[in-house]
Design a protein around this ligand. Sequence first.
Ligand code: FRU
Length: 305
Amino acid sequence: MSQVKSVLCVGCTVIDFVTICGSYPKEDTDRRCLDGFWQRGGNASNVSTVLRVLGSRVDFFGMLSRSDAFRVLLEDLRRREIGTKNCPQTDRDPPFSSVILAQDAGTRTIIHCNKDYPQTTWDDFSKVDLSPYAWVHFEARNTPHVLKMMQSIRDHSERTGQRILISLDLETRYEQNQELCAPCDYVVFSKELAAQLGWQTPRQTCEQLAANIPGSGPKPAFICPWGSAGAGALDANGNYHELASYKQEKVVDTLGAGDSFMAGFIHATLEGQRSLSNAVDFANRVASHKITGFGYDHIAQLSLS
Ligand code: FRU
């Protein structure tokens, strides 16, 4: 069943300069790479790309740049029919990431340069008409502003009787961003962050996250992708599911695999009306297929049926 309403992805868009090497380079050496390319990146921006590739309707909300370097990113958003009509603009140069893909180990190493690029504010978001959206997805950053954005979505849902689902991608700084979890329907939490907090399994991570939600009201579902071990998911009623990953023989490009997981989950839940565990299973499929090719376009080979 296809939904008419769209997804809004809130976060940043950056330029990814990707260098493909046979192995990770040794410090202070001078060598050739195998190949390279650059593409639009950033968490919410990648989630938007993969949602479009899978066939969802999507708008992006983040700070766009008027600089020359950004023009190609704008063109890519336009070509893919990812809406940007609500985005504020700045004259500042966009953030970028230098990414090294090491083909022998299958790793991606990201060095991100943000340059204090301005973030969208609550004031920017308050101008957005929420009625076209069935789902709003956030990156965990800019906490006080994002919290107000989430609360305004909750208020809108209550006022109109049309519930807009909210998801959060929590990859860094748990303590700072913890309060963003409570207003969400779905929180996707990274394995790397769980390790930093000393949480050793996806189950322990989901259960700790749920225990840290104050009050006795409804809790979000927590989803924890765990690399090659698959993913764990704890639903709002406390039922835990674990879904195995799909193994791939050839790992080509792991950049944005987490963002692809997120998009697969949103697409399966919203477009496919899948249950939590089925949606996580599809998200595992999308993430594991993503790493078999460069970029995101090959994900179009997957479908929900
Ligand atoms: C991948 C990614 C890259 C970007 C980096 C930092 O998840 O979104 O595209 O360079 O993370 O935002």
